[in-house]
Design a protein around this ligand. Structure first.
Ligand code: SAH
Ligand code: MG
Length: 209
């Protein structure tokens, strides 16, 4: 069924995007899968965010997809790994999107908020899963009311519902942290969140006015 839907749902595609997807597969860079990307692209088309902040660039795959989904969007994206950040910058240039996507090669946890724009319409959280709550609370200050926060990997390969089956203690702890984050979102008084079984699990949280 999923293959059938993937066949129906066409993502924006060009040689560079395809090259990026192949590179990610070969080098095990955890970019979002097609199903999740298609969903986020559609959300961007519907909400038309002028400013997007992304935590976790990797090679720029999701940032480029979002930029292509709304031609007036400006994207700031944060990546702590220097090699990935420079690959992202190269890919963004190849797509002629360097005027709309800025890559910050920094640790999002340490980044001075004053170096970013004061207001974003959409924030995409897709960096270290154990720090999701910290990212959320830090960057929430920059989101306009009515804006949305999208969080990726909230089901963590389906492990979220069966943490007791995980042999590795570290992995179990990570999965527990994601579970706590999901509960945090569910109970957040200023956000209205829906959790979707799309891709690796995606949460969409609307900042209530
Ligand atoms: N959004 C990308 C995938 C990001 S993978 C896409 O779907 O195309 C997650 C990335 O977050 C990794 O490249 C990792 O280096 C980065 N990351 C993890 N913790 C981070 C932090 N604290 N600050 C900045 N980047 C971080
Ligand atoms: Mg992800």
């Amino acid at each position: 069924m999923n293959d059938y839907l993937t066949g129906l749902n066409k993502l924006p595609s060009n040689q560079i995007i395809e090259k990026m997807a192949t590179y990610a597969k070969e080098h095990k860079v955890p970019i979002i899968n097609e199903e999740g990307m298609g969903f986020i692209n559609q959300l961007v088309k519907i909400t038309k965010p002028k400013r997007i902040l992304e935590i976790g660039t990797a090679i720029g795959y999701s940032a480029i997809n979002m930029a292509l989904s709304y031609e007036r969007a400006f994207i700031d994206t944060i990546e702590r790994d220097a090699n990935l950040a420079s690959l992202a910058i190269k890919n963004i240039k190849e797509c002629n999107l360097e005027n709309r996507i800025r890559v910050f090669n920094e640790d999002a946890l340490k980044l001075d908020l004053a170096t970013l724009h004061p207001e974003y319409d959409l924030i995409f959280i897709d960096a270290a899963k154990s720090q999701y709550k910290v990212f959320f609370e830090k960057f929430d200050n920059l989101l306009i009311s009515g804006g949305i926060i999208i969080t990726d990997n909230i089901l963590f390969h389906g492990l979220i519902t069966t943490p007791e089956h995980i042999a590795s203690r570290n992995l179990r702890q990570l999965v527990r942290k994601i579970g706590n984050y999901n509960t945090f979102l569910k109970e957040h008084p200023r956000y209205d969140t829906t959790f979707y079984n799309i891709g690796d699990g995606i949460a969409v949280s609307i900042k209530v006015k």
